[in-house]
Design a protein around this ligand. Structure first.
Ligand code: HEM
Length: 188
């Protein structure tokens, strides 16, 4: 079984981590936006519930998100499909920025909780105590700002990334999308 990447194809580990992170990020957006909506409506109980789900899920998926980022750089990157050079530059830039934004989210999220003087409560099963001796307003504000920047990057670049993938399925039919489903090569 091809677990690792080659210069032609993604291996099973990269493929699994890609889809776990993709579903995980969408779930994080869903819970985050539900929490924001509840906050705007002044429903504090609902906000607490959605935020609890957001934080618990984020903590549960933390290692998968981190592994996704590390594996992307620890492994060879398969060759780009045959298309205009500027499209390959755009797709590479998008992929690097998505990984950077994910890194920002998984660092700023926990920091925002801990610097607020709270422990990270994971589904009421595990509690990860804050490394801060007391609330730290400066770190808290910086973490919230970073979390906002990270989610703006993700919010705009995920649709661009999906659009690029669809281009390969519908227009190019070059096997570029199939490479992220199972280990396979580009069509020649
Ligand atoms: C992995 C991708 C992530 C995405 C896409 C994401 C998205 C969001 C969104 C949309 C909000 C807005 C909620 C609001 O406006 O009230 C939010 C807030 C928040 N998230 Fe995340 N999040 C991610 C990861 C995490 C992680 C891993 C944690 C902690 C374990 C976390 C903790 C928080 C906290 C404490 C807030 C409220 C404070 C703030 O707005 O900065 N997030 N996140």
């Amino acid at each position: 079984m091809a677990l690792a990447n080659t210069r032609e194809s993604y291996g099973w580990i990269a493929i699994a981590l890609h889809w776990i992170a993709a579903i995980g990020v969408l779930l994080m957006f869903y819970y985050g936006f539900q929490a924001a909506g509840a906050g705007d409506a002044g429903d504090r109980a609902a906000r607490r519930l959605w935020m609890g789900l957001h934080i618990s899920t984020g903590a549960t998926l933390f290692l998968f998100f981190a592994a996704r980022i590390i594996w992307a750089y620890a492994q060879p990157r398969p060759v780009k499909p045959p298309q205009a050079r500027w499209l390959n530059i755009l797709s590479s830039a998008t992929q690097h920025l998505l990984l950077l934004a994910l890194l920002i989210q998984i660092i700023s999220g926990p920091l925002a909780v801990w610097s607020g003087g709270r422990a990270i409560n994971v589904f009421d099963v595990v509690s990860l105590p804050s490394p801060f001796a007391a609330e730290n307003e400066g770190v808290h504000e910086a973490a919230e700002l970073a979390h906002l920047i990270g989610r703006i990057i993700l919010f705009w670049l995920i649709p661009l990334h999906v659009l690029g993938a669809l281009k390969h399925v519908v227009l190019d039919r070059d096997g570029a999308f199939r490479r992220m489903l199972y280990p396979s090569k580009l069509k020649t």
